[in-house]
Design a protein around this ligand. Structure first.
Ligand code: ATP
Ligand code: MG
Length: 352
């Protein structure tokens, strides 16, 4: 029987509560599909700082680099807000992504049929939305040189090298092959040189994926189209800053931040985590929605471990739970038949 080694980082706030539910669901599907999971729990964020004085202990990096994947909850909270920047929980997470070298951030936005009324948009616009933003995560204007602030002038530089574009494009096309075989590459090629190179490079990579249809869109138009007609998209491929903005925009299609998973991949080890934060306002009350984290665990099975059937099973179980009207408090107002706690939702999904 295959055993997968998972570095488990629960983090702060609701992190431990939601990770426990993801583990419950993983163990349940593992038993059904004949593999097993071995977890090694390591610290990051405020809880790591409290114990070791460092929000990212070296042991966390070492264990993660030797695991098959990292499943991560969330970090941060008021308690640590006044620490110097390098001691804060968030700086631990940024350093962590860099240490691992995860260059591709995958953020699916799915609108569940049962929750079309929970969306910020009209039901007829969002019903059936199932898209994936593939965002380049460790290049572009957030990292480009030169950057600086001198007197009354400040600047950042959007830099991409061709190899950086090639590798993220491959990621997007490979994902599209497993989905709807459509990639929309988003840039600002009418204004930016870096975008012209981006576009040309994506065109070249596309030749290796003749089954995938490629389109291009300027980012301003893409922002508009995501609200006007999100169903037109399958995979959106874009750079760091555009992806940051578009993936947050896309997340609002679904109805609750507690539903949305993410994966940061591209290196040997990927990091799977909900898109939401540690939600200190609801921590310890057993009311957090664990679905974003459970769906992140499903992405981990699919992208890191190749256990696609088990991942399909989890995705179907989430849909079942929603269809049967089980709701955590964040979604209590939308066709709820039964309000459930964090762990009840985990049980329900694990047992489908
Ligand atoms: P970060 O800076 O880490 O992204 P944040 O300050 O943006 O964190 P979150 O922690 O994501 O904020 O929380 C934003 C709001 O969403 C809070 O009111 C929180 O309670 C709610 N929230 C976040 N995650 C969940 C969840 N899983 N279930 C229910 N509500 C949630
Ligand atoms: Mg946030």
């Amino acid at each position: 029987m295959k055993t997968y080694n998972i570095a488990l980082i629960k983090g702060d706030g609701i992190g431990p509560e939601i990770i426990d539910e993801a583990v419950k669901v993983l163990d349940a599907v593992a038993a059904r599909f004949d593999f097993s999971m071995r977890y090694e729990e390591v610290l990051m964020g405020g809880s790591a700082y409290d114990v070791t004085g460092d929000p990212l202990p070296q042991e966390t990096i070492n264990v993660s680099l030797n695991a098959d994947a990292v499943l991560f909850g969330a970090i941060g909270g008021e308690k640590w807000d006044n620490l110097p920047r390098e001691k804060r929980p968030e700086s631990g997470l940024l350093r962590f992504r860099k240490e691992l070298g995860v260059f591709a951030n995958l953020r699916p936005a799915v609108v569940y049929d049962e929750l079309v009324n929970a969306s910020s948009l009209k039901p007829e616009v969002v019903k059936g939305v199932d898209l994936m933003v593939v965002r380049e995560l460790i290049g572009g204007i957030y990292f480009g040189e030169p950057k600086g602030w001198e007197g009354d002038k400040a600047y950042n530089t959007m830099v991409y090298t061709k190899p950086e574009v090639v590798r993220i494009a491959h990621t997007a096309f490979k994902i599209a092959m497993e989905r709807g075989k459509k990639v929309c590459s988003v840039d600002k090629a009418n204004v930016l040189d870096v975008s012209q190179m981006w576009r040309e490079t994506v065109e070249e990579v596309a030749k290796e994926y003749p089954e995938v249809s490629l389109s291009h869109m300027y980012v301003d138009n893409a922002a508009m189209q995501l609200i006007r007609d999100p169903k037109q998209f399958d995979v959106i491929l874009t750079g760091n800053i555009f992806g940051d903005i578009l993936s947050d925009e896309a997340s609002m299609l679904s109805g609750s931040i507690g539903l949305l998973p993410s994966a940061s991949v591209g290196a040997k080890i990927g990091v799977y985590e909900p898109i939401h934060g540690s939600a200190p306002d609801i921590a310890g009350q057993g009311i957090a929605n664990p679905i974003a984290t459970i769906a992140s665990a499903s992405m981990m099975l699919r992208f890191a471990l190749g256990e696609n059937e088990a991942a399909d099973r989890i995705d179907a179980a989430i849909k079942h739970a929603l269809k049967d009207g089980y709701r955590t408090r964040d979604l209590a107002n939308y066709d709820a038949k039964e309000l459930c706690s964090t762990s009840e939702m985990g049980d329900i999904i694990a047992n489908y």
